[in-house]
Design a protein around this ligand. Structure first.
Ligand code: PPE
Length: 312
């Protein structure tokens, strides 16, 4: 899937209130969003648990979907509760044990020209599919190889970067393609001042002398995974600091670096710009955090039970 060599298999898709087979879940080529990137989306995962599939931090993701829509002046013609319910229903309808969930809302095809407002209210769909390790199994075992992109992360007065708006992701796509074509697994984007911002689809952390540093999020997406990992790390007794104005050589000198995201979960980083991080392999603290994160997501950590919404 990540390599783009096979078609996504999504089964039924929830589209504007109905369950539609994937082949029939289509939209107009005159949709405003297709021309100008005026969509908002979420990335959520459901994990297999002993009690069937459970969605990880559903409320937080749906809240962020609505916040993204608000930033874009896009009116979602459903309540948050209706979207939450639809997410649970589409997982059940497709019979997934675990899956990735992609709600998307967009300005439709009532008018073109940059003003999208005649296209309110939004069209809405929720697709689900199986998505394995975001950066590949090898990255999870050995650590991902990152390079610093020549594309900067846009500042908050250029685009609303806390919102998951389709058009924002042209920035991510450019950086990601550059990294892949250079033989790396993922890109690091610097902010307009040259400080480390985030990955193309992940937040960044580093570990130095036993302290865990989460990079600040002033121009980045404050990830829900990042928030979960900070809480887990503190509960495990680690000191967690928020790191400001991190230059890339701080990461080069770190003992460990890792990335977090719904798709990436907790992924270790082994090389940045051809320099080994620590021993150039997956770090110990990183893998401990990854393990507890996945235990929490799969219902094996009662202290995080309130993060899960069971499908049945
Ligand atoms: N930064 C960016 C730019 C980003 O896209 C994501 C999620 C994160 C940070 C981490 O956020 P969170 O998922 O709430 O922890 N990236 C999503 C899209 C990936 C994709 O390729 O599409 C995701 O992980 O679902």
């Amino acid at each position: 899937m990540a390599s783009g060599d096979s078609k996504i298999k999504a089964g039924y898709i929830w589209m504007n209130g109905r369950f539609v087979p994937q082949e029939e879940a289509t939209t107009s080529v005159l949709s405003h969003a297709l021309h100008y990137g005026t969509s908002v989306f979420e990335g959520i995962r459901a994990y297999e648990t002993e009690r069937g599939p459970a969605v990880f931090r559903l409320k937080e993701h749906v809240d962020r979907l609505f916040a993204s829509a608000k930033a874009l002046l896009l009116e979602i013609p459903y309540s948050k509760e209706e979207i939450e319910q639809a997410i649970l229903e589409i997982i059940k309808k497709n019979g997934w044990k675990s899956c990735y969930i992609r709600p998307l809302a967009w300005f439709g095809d009532h008018s073109l020209g940059v003003n999208p407002l005649p296209n309110n209210p939004a069209e809405v769909m929720i697709a689900t599919w199986e998505w394995g390790a975001y950066l590949g199994e090898e990255a999870v075992r050995k650590g991902a190889r990152l390079i610093t992109s020549s594309w900067r992360r846009f500042p908050g007065d250029v685009m609303p970067g806390k919102a998951k708006i389709g058009g924002n992701y042209v920035n991510s796509a450019l950086a990601k393609m550059e990294a892949l074509k250079a033989g790396a697994d993922e890109a690091i984007l610097l902010d307009a001042q040259g400080f480390v911002a985030e990955g193309s689809g992940e937040n960044l952390f580093y570990v130095k002398d036993g302290v865990i540093y989460a990079l600040e999020t002033s121009v980045t997406l404050p990830g829900i995974t990042r928030d979960s990992v900070i809480r887990i790390a503190r509960d495990l007794g680690y000191r967690v600091e928020i790191a400001h104005r991190v230059t890339r050589d701080v990461l080069y000198a770190a003992d460990e670096v890792f990335m977090t995201g719904t798709a990436a979960e907790v992924t270790p980083v082994s090389y940045i710009d051809h320099r080994p991080i620590g021993a150039g392999q997956a770090g110990e603290i990183t893998m401990r955090l990854r393990q507890v994160y996945l235990e929490a997501a799969t219902g094996r950590r009662p202290e995080y039970a309130d993060w899960l919404t069971y499908v049945a």
